[in-house]
Write a protein that binds this ligand. Structure first.
Ligand SMILES: Cc1cc2nc3c(=O)[nH]c(=O)nc-3n(C[C@H](O)[C@H](O)[C@H](O)COP(=O)(O)O)c2cc1C
Length: 206
């Protein structure tokens, strides 16, 4: 909920990705109007290409940024299933986001609007303002957490060669096998490339 509330209240406007009828990516700006334990809520108009892409694909990814510059920035990225909830939750969305009346000022003009829910998905918090940087994966809407990133297996003999190429110095050699501190790892893959034991594996989807 903390991540979903952050994207709704602290970021609010995100860049959303869908795919068109040729399977090619399309992005557009979208405002996240509300959040609860079941996901995120946003509006679109039924005449838009965005609406058609959401209906055709049933899936969306998004990224929102908060920060002045790269090194003070937090990125929140989410992907998951989308479904149309229609006009019923619209009044609540408009009440929480009164600026929408400047864009769709009358009840008649609001007829085109429809509410979508992003539900059952996964996300990542990536914070470059922290030193070392921090990243956390999460899921929402009753989806199990996915493994991702790099992991050191029992084949590791603690030789520490990977330490020389790790940009965030986030490998803990207190025990063998060494352990990657996943919350600080950039996923650059240097440790896997250089390991003479082939002890490092990549987990999860790409
Ligand atoms: C700051 C900002 C916020 C926007 N929020 C939304 C939104 O919440 N829903 C929406 O449908 N379009 C929103 N738009 C407009 C879409 O980004 C725009 O309609 C889209 O790019 C049009 O693409 P399409 O014709 O392919 O659907 C927003 C635009 C801006 C600049």
């Amino acid at each position: 909920m903390d991540y979903l509330n952050f994207i709704t209240n602290e970021i609010h406007t995100v860049i959303a990705a869908t795919v068109d009828q040729s399977g090619l990516p399309v992005t557009c700006a979208v405002d996240i109007m509300d959040a609860d334990e079941n996901g995120l809520y946003f509006l679109t108009a039924k005449g838009k290409g965005f609406y058609s892409r959401l209906k055709d694909c049933g899936y969306m990814a998004l990224t929102g940024l908060k920060g002045e510059s790269t090194m003070s920035c937090i990125a929140l990225s989410l992907r998951g299933k989308v479904k149309e909830l229609g006009w019923e939750p619209l009044a609540q969305m408009l009440k929480k986001n009164p600026y929408m009346e400047e864009i769709y000022p009358t009840a008649e003009s609001q007829r085109a609007l429809t509410v979508f829910q992003l539900y059952e998905g996964t996300g990542e918090w990536f914070d470059l303002s922290k030193k070392p940087m921090e990243r956390f994966s999460f899921s929402f809407g009753h989806v199990p957490d996915e493994k991702n990133g790099y992991c050191i297996t029992v084949v590791c003999n603690g030789c520490r060669i990977c330490e020389t190429v790790c940009p965030q110095k986030c490998i803990d050699f207190a025990s063998t096998p060494a352990v990657i501190e996943k919350e600080h790892c950039l996923h650059c893959g240097n440790c896997m490339e250089i390991c003479p034991q082939n002890a490092v594996i990549r987990e999860g989807k790409r």
